[in-house]
Design a protein around this ligand. Structure first.
Ligand SMILES: C[S@@+](CC[C@H](N)C(=O)[O-])C[C@H]1O[C@@H](n2cnc3c(N)ncnc32)[C@H](O)[C@@H]1O
Length: 254
């Protein structure tokens, strides 16, 4: 029982760190409410700032991708309770992002600065829509499983873990990766884009495009033909406009 309670407490604390860090990230990228910001005046050398920032994004990418691979998970659960594996991933992601917030170096420079009030509101709305898509998609798959809480809750109650089913609700029938569409949207949608924010948006987008290939390789290994069929049927990130237009035409004809 003590072990189960300890795993549960660890899972709850890891969730608090992971979720809190995600909320901070919204303010950090959006440049509001939190004490540090992705953009600001350059301090020190530009080359140094680029090197530090790219290093921080690389650290996030390596942590995220390595710890998500089945081989790493098998290695990890030989060392820690299996029920705590996802919480450890969430905690490590949170700590990597805390390091990013602490060490990030604003780089000055304005890439674009939209002044027109309606356009500013539209860009803020797009930024908010990106985050709603991130959180909404996590709930459609299973927010509490993705953040490790379901695993430690089942452990506390002495029940075995059951893997999530493959499902394609709502936006998953339009694109295969709505959560990543939300991330990319939130990274780019801003009325005022500074150089450091642009570097973040470019690097995160590039990383997501690479990470999707690895995630899909694992999904094909785990689900076989079901996922291969899904890949044929549904585009990766951009919904098929032609099919939407065709169905609109059919709707209008009817
Ligand atoms: C951070 S989530 C991102 C999900 C998806 N790539 C997206 O962008 O919406 C990653 C986890 O979701 C799982 N996953 C991806 N697509 C899924 C689906 N259609 N149904 C259930 N789980 C899925 C992956 O196996 C992985 O463990």
């Amino acid at each position: 029982m003590t072990r189960r309670v300890a795993v549960f407490v660890y899972g709850v604390l890891s969730y608090a760190v992971g979720f809190g860090v995600l909320l901070y990230l919204i303010g950090f990228i959006g440049k509001f409410l939190v004490p540090t910001s992705i953009d600001g005046p350059l301090q020190g050398s530009l080359v140094g700032a680029v090197a530090v920032n790219l290093g921080l994004i690389l650290a996030f990418a390596v942590q995220h991708s390595v710890m998500a691979r089945p081989a790493f998970k098998r290695w990890l659960v030989r060392r820690i309770p299996a029920e705590a594996e996802r919480s450890t991933y969430v905690l490590a992601s949170g700590l990597t992002l805390i390091a990013l917030f602490a060490l990030w170096r604003p780089m000055g420079g304005i890439v674009w600065d939209v002044q027109q009030p309606a356009a500013r509101v539209a860009l803020f709305a797009l930024f908010a829509a990106g985050w709603v898509t991130v959180f909404g998609s996590s709930f459609l798959i299973n927010h509490f499983d993705l953040f490790g809480l379901r695993q430690v809750w089942l452990c506390l109650r002495g029940k075995p873990y059951t893997p999530l089913e493959f499902k394609t609700p709502g936006p998953y029938s339009l694109v295969r990766h709505p959560l990543y569409v939300g991330w990319i949207t939130a990274a780019w949608a801003t009325p005022t884009m500074g150089a450091a924010h642009l570097a973040f948006a470019v690097a995160m987008t590039a990383y997501i495009l690479v990470a999707i290939r690895w995630e899909e390789r694992d999904l094909v290994d785990a689900l076989g033909q079901d996922y291969a069929d899904y890949q044929q049927r549904v585009p990766m990130l951009a919904p098929r406009l032609r099919r939407a237009k065709k169905s609109q035409v059919e709707g209008a004809a009817a």
